[in-house]
Design a protein around this ligand. Structure first.
Ligand code: ATP
Length: 218
């Protein structure tokens, strides 16, 4: 049996416990061979992100010692908007036609899918795994629902039996954490408590990122 390999795309600005806890849950739930964080240089739906080298450095600290985790820098090394469809095409070429691949996204991202470049073709190259995100319910636009009717799958084993083509909603734990809220809290001098792993929090304070000051550290 060939195990599934999952790619978790995002800005990771910064990577937080919501990303990491979700990634660990997915490794166990799907018995993943590997979960690969795929930081975008710039998400086409976002106006800007922190410098690429800082986001990669924080991701490296976050996955240190986690053997199932890896980072793919192909998007973040290309200083232009990162289109998932192009990345998935590249990955399919690298892995060949039979390796099961999945692209992971939160429900918030899934609801925005019709704004993504060539979104209906994403499943030509990989499966899509959708994880829960607090405050985002599975209420789909008619175009998303129509497309979903052709791709939705309720049996997780199917994601290993075929290489691509399916959308699977996983009932993952809810983590009320977002990079936007962390950036705001840092800017306002508020504590960020358990939302970041200590190594990432230390990196942010050391480099004074997001307007962080000593008052955030308490
Ligand atoms: P921002 O607040 O800047 O939009 P974010 O917290 O949503 O950032 P991203 O790096 O944009 O983080 O997210 C990457 C992927 O991780 C997206 O598919 C997003 O839905 C998912 N994700 C982010 N936070 C969580 C969370 N707390 N639980 C589950 N999925 C999450």
């Amino acid at each position: 049996m060939v195990h599934l390999i999952a790619y978790f795309g995002g800005s990771f600005d910064p990577v937080h416990q919501g990303h990491l806890a979700t990634a660990k849950f997915l490794v166990d739930y799907f018995q993943l061979d590997k979960l690969v964080f795929l930081p975008a240089y710039l998400s086409p739906l976002k106006s800007q992100s922190l410098a690429a080298h800082h986001r990669v450095a924080m991701l490296k600290l976050a996955i240190n010692g986690e053997h199932s985790f890896a980072i793919d820098e192909q998007e973040i090394l290309q200083p232009s908007k990162s289109y998932t469809i192009n990345t998935l095409k590249n990955l399919r070429q690298v892995y060949g036609s039979t390796q099961p691949l999945a692209f992971v996204m939160g429900m918030d991202s899934f609801l925005s899918l019709p704004k993504w470049h060539l979104w209906q073709e994403l499943t030509h190259y990989s499966h899509i795994i959708v994880v829960n995100r607090p405050s985002y319910s599975p209420v789909f636009s008619s175009e998303l629902q129509q497309w979903l009717n052709k791709h939705r799958c309720n049996q997780r084993q199917m994601l290993e039996y075929q290489a691509a083509g399916l959308v699977y909603f996983v009932d993952s734990p809810l983590y009320a954490i977002s990079s936007t809220n962390i950036r705001k809290a840092l800017q306002q001098g508020q504590a960020i408590n358990q939302q970041l792993i200590p190594a990432v929090a230390n990196y942010i304070f050391h480099h004074h990122l997001y307007g962080a000051t000593a008052t955030n550290e308490s």
